[in-house]
Design a protein around this ligand. Structure first.
Ligand SMILES: C[S@@+](CC[C@H](N)C(=O)[O-])C[C@H]1O[C@@H](n2cnc3c(N)ncnc32)[C@H](O)[C@@H]1O
Length: 466
């Protein structure tokens, strides 16, 4: 019997979920980067396909990816593949025996599953598919309930539900290794969360953001527009210490009107800490405070491993900052007024992103990541509109469509150098660095687009939430 250590030239097959297509590649790349591994797809790689074959990895790498990924459903050690079942047979019979034999010996138990993408097979057809694999040298005993090793035949019938071919476009056979973390989308759904608000971030997207940010155990993560802390929930699940700020006193203190249908006011323990407690990660909670993201309260030495946030777009929440245009007279004897800012100003989206990038350039560790959402008006969007910073490298830019005319883009940037005095965006004359300006009127465009272009229908689409 061959030992596991003699196995070589392994290829792995990822089966990915067909939602959030844009987010999958940056997620898998980021998770590989955490392990210092490059992304090496095979020559047939198609980004939108539900199946990706990867080279240059070991089983531990794949297990580590699957322990984090919410975009990947399952991973297999690929034993054979081809355009037809006959190609598959040739490919399987060429697969090194020493790679297979540790899982096929006579003392082992096994099971073979059949999975079809974009087609449903009758039970009898499934059995026929399994019987047709009799050329494989399985010596163990079949066990449907407690198999030591699970194998899978996967058939890909393309992505067009209106044009399903009789025969699959491609077939794969492999040994199942692990499932991804799709279950987190259900277990952490905001529908069952203790403390929620109008703009609480969807659980799946929160985990994707944490993955894009390469958040890992013992990191310190900061959210400057923390709201009800959905992003802190996701990051703490991956073992990071979390903190955040929000300008809204009621949100931070869990007071005021409830966002739940049948509840008028928030209960006594509806707050971010309680959310982490609900998922068993309270020990990762550092703190949250009422503060204005436009006026940093952090000392220069404060550093975060990741900054991950969902800034306000002004659709379901106001974009305000502290301050006043007016020259408010201050009584000379009222000392407290020095720090008291009585009114608020509009906080333009362009300034929000400029402040966020400048803050991240100063307060991220080298190699640390900023992950945030940028709202865009689709008819006017071009890639040049994404704000840049001399110290932050753009890693990925993924679209989530909200309606025919609006979208938000998940932007991931990585710190590549320490900022010098002239690196602050406010001081950079180069318009490449502040290209979002024309988009300040996103709110007006969002609503005018609703009425003019699409009618009431689009009102259902959601910004900043599920
Ligand atoms: C889109 S929400 C964030 C939602 C959050 N991710 C969650 O899951 O609940 C944006 C938040 O930014 C806050 N905000 C608006 N202006 C701010 C400012 N100047 N400084 C800090 N927070 C601000 C709002 O109060 C709101 O809670």
């Amino acid at each position: 019997m061959a030992t596991l250590s003699k196995r070589s030239c392994l290829k792995f097959l990822l089966h990915l979920a067909q939602d959030n297509l844009d987010f999958r590649l940056p997620e898998i790349k980021a998770l590989l980067a955490v392990r210092g591994k490059p992304f090496h797809p095979d020559e047939n790689f198609k980004e939108k396909s539900p199946f990706w074959c990867l080279d240059g990895l070991c089983e531990d790498d794949v297990r580590a990816i699957m322990a984090r990924s919410v975009c990947a459903k399952s991973a297999f050690e690929l034993w054979g593949h081809g355009e037809t079942h006959s190609d598959l047979q040739t490919s399987l019979l060429n697969y090194p025996l020493e790679n297979m034999s540790p899982f096929m010996h006579k003392d082992s138990t096994y099971r073979i599953n059949v999975y079809t993408f974009n087609k449903t097979l009758e039970f009898t057809d499934r059995i026929k598919r399994i019987d047709a694999l009799e050329y494989l040298p399985f010596e163990g005993t079949v066990s449907l309930k407690r198999a030591q090793h699970i194998f899978c035949l996967l058939e890909d019938y393309g992505t067009d539900p209106n044009n399903i071919p009789d025969n699959p476009y491609y077939v794969y056979f492999g040994r199942w290794i692990a499932d991804g973390q799709r279950e987190l989308i259900r277990s952490h759904s905001v529908k069952n969360r203790h403390f929620i608000g109008n703009t609480s971030m969807d659980a799946g997207l929160s985990f994707i953001m944490a993955n894009h940010a390469k958040v890992k155990e013992n990191d310190v993560v900061f959210d400057p527009f923390v709201g009800t802390g959905s992003l802190l929930v996701a990051c703490s699940h991956f073992g990071a210490y979390v903190c955040g700020i929000d300008i809204d006193y009621n949100t931070i203190h869990g007071r005021g009107r409830s966002s739940r249908k049948n509840q008028k006011w928030r209960g006594p323990d509806e707050n971010i800490r309680a959310n982490l407690r609900q998922y068993g990660t309270e020990k990762m909670y550092l703190d949250v405070m009422v503060s204005d993201a436009s006026k940093s309260v952090w000392r220069n030495a404060a550093l975060f491993d990741a900054i991950i946030t969902d800034p306000p777009y002004g659709i379901r929440e106001s974009t305000r900052r502290t301050g006043s245009h007016k020259d408010i007279p201050r009584p000379p004897d009222a000392i407290y007024l020095e720090s008291h800012v009585p009114v608020s100003l509009a906080y333009h989206l362009n300034d929000i992103f400029t402040d966020l990038l400048n803050f991240s350039a100063h307060h991220l560790v080298m190699g640390g990541r900023l992950v945030y959402w940028l709202p865009v008006y689709r008819p006017e969007y071009s890639e040049e509109m994404v704000p840049l910073h001399p110290c932050l490298q753009l890693v990925s830019n993924c679209e989530q469509t909200l309606s025919s005319h609006t979208a938000r883009r998940l932007i991931t940037m990585e710190k590549i150098k320490e900022p010098q005095e002239f690196d602050s965006l406010a001081h950079l004359a180069d318009s490449r660095f502040r290209p979002y300006q024309g988009h300040n009127a996103f709110r007006e465009k969002y609503f005018s687009g609703l009425n003019k272009r699409c009618g009431k229908e689009d009102n259902k689409s959601d910004v900043n939430g599920e």
